[in-house]
Ligand binder design. Structure first.
Ligand SMILES: Cc1cc2nc3c(=O)[nH]c(=O)nc-3n(C[C@H](O)[C@H](O)[C@H](O)COP(=O)(O)OP(=O)(O)OC[C@H]3O[C@@H](n4cnc5c(N)ncnc54)[C@H](O)[C@@H]3O)c2cc1C
Length: 369
């Protein structure tokens, strides 16, 4: 029987499997998903989890429970060989790696947080790419309110009540705004803490926030945040976060628009540093013989098959954040016209992908996304 192997069971992988279960005839193919996590995560709801608006268990969906006709391997893909039609996997429980062979491969490995070599960030910042990180942020904020309530005014109390979010994209702004509201709502249980003591800083290296929305909307959000005791630092970089001591540096541009050495600095201590400064394609793709574009995403045709310099790479498909899919609607990313990495594209691509795989198994032509 044809073996379809899906790498990554997030939005794109989960929905591809779900639709394959629907479209495949009995005995036509067997489908396997590999993912280190036993569940798919609705990532857009993580800011609400961090802000205690949604229960963590409501944003995850068990693979085994909801993909009844799909086999599940809990492991981490470490290498892909299209030449040998096999994938190397390390089990999450430890032990030796093993290979899985495939007839059709689906690469839906998503993206990872993009980090920069900023001192202290790896040790002190929390990302926002998993439900565990979201709950860690929520718990830290509540813990800090409890600790601060018993402390006299001073640097330690201020550190506990200072939150910094790095990255002014959609995820950063959403978690920033949600946490600000959450902190305000907590105040009624902590009469010892004053609204003005809870400090929120958002740091964005560019001159505007949320490039995904219109300029008017981003201006409205900035105004709204400033009215809620939340400081937005535009044209600013987090230069150091060692020991939770945050050093912000203003970025200056010269007349030609080149970035020049930062000059002004702003410093404070924070016990809650949240890192949302961009994402990049899953770096495990580099441990493959598949064609990648300069940003490390898998190169795809509009029909979601992988495309190399010599044409289609047979039997390899992809979707979601890990891939570069041409956006035929013309509203793609400004630098290459590919689909914006978001959940809506990932789910819609997955639906097309499942149909295309089934079509190709039946000798029909795949259709463009
Ligand atoms: C905080 C936040 C808020 C967001 N808000 C929105 C929003 O409001 N609207 C919107 O449209 N989009 C939003 N997005 C983006 C959206 O979630 C992504 O575009 C979408 O999840 C991409 O789907 P995907 O399947 O490509 O990747 P993912 O959903 O990330 O899935 C990738 C899967 O691959 C697995 N994986 C990773 N490494 C390996 C490995 N080595 N081996 C095997 N499996 C592996 C992961 O465990 C995961 O299950 C948000 C993202 C975040 C983080």
């Amino acid at each position: 029987m044809t073996k379809i192997l899906i790498l990554g069971g997030g939005y794109a992988g989960f929905y591809t499997a779900k639709k394959l279960e629907k479209h495949l005839r009995s005995g036509e193919a067997e489908v396997t998903i590999v993912d280190p996590l036993p569940y798919m995560t609705y990532l857009p709801f993580l800011p609400e989890v961090a802000a205690s608006q949604i229960e963590a268990r409501h944003v995850v969906v068990s693979h085994r429970r909801h993909l009844k006709k799909t086999s599940f391997v809990q492991g981490k893909v470490t290498a892909i060989s299209a030449a040998d039609k096999k994938v190397t996997v390390v089990p999450v429980t430890g032990g030796d790696s093993f290979d899985i062979e495939y007839d059709e491969l689906v690469v839906t490995l998503g993206s990872v947080s993009r980090t920069f070599p900023i001192p202290g960030v790896a040790d002190n910042a929390i990302g926002l790419k998993s439900v565990e990180e979201a709950t860690a942020i929520r718990d830290r904020l509540i813990d800090n309110f409890n600790k601060a309530a018993g402390l006299p005014a001073g640097p330690e109390r201020a550190r506990l009540l200072t939150v910094i979010v790095v990255g002014g994209g959609f995820a950063g702004i959403e978690v920033f705004a949600e946490l600000r509201s959450f902190a305000t709502s907590l105040l009624k249980y902590y009469p010892e803490i004053d609204f003005n003591e809870v400090q929120f800083h958002l740091v964005e290296a560019m001159g505007n926030i949320m490039p995904e929305v219109s300029h008017e909307t981003s201006l409205w959000v900035l105004k709204n945040l400033s009215e809620r005791n939340a400081t937005v630092h535009l044209w600013t970089q987090l230069a150091d976060a060692t020991g939770g001591h945050c050093v912000l540096k203003k970025i200056h541009k010269d007349k030609e628009g080149n970035l020049v050495e930062p000059e002004e600095t702003h410093e404070f201590d924070s016990d809650i540093i949240i890192w949302t400064a961009g994402v990049m394609a899953n770096p495990v793709l580099k441990a493959s013989d598949l064609p990648l574009e300069p940003r490390g995403r898998l190169r795809l045709r509009a029909d979601l098959r992988v495309e190399g310099d010599d044409g289609v790479v047979e039997h390899v498909w992809g979707a979601g954040d890990a891939t570069q899919v041409p956006d035929l609607s013309g509203s793609g990313l400004p630098f290459d016209g590919s689909c914006v990495p978001n959940a809506q594209h990932a789910v819609r691509q997955a639906k097309r992908l499942a149909k295309n795989i089934v079509a190709s198994l039946r000798g029909e032509q795949p259709r463009d996304y």
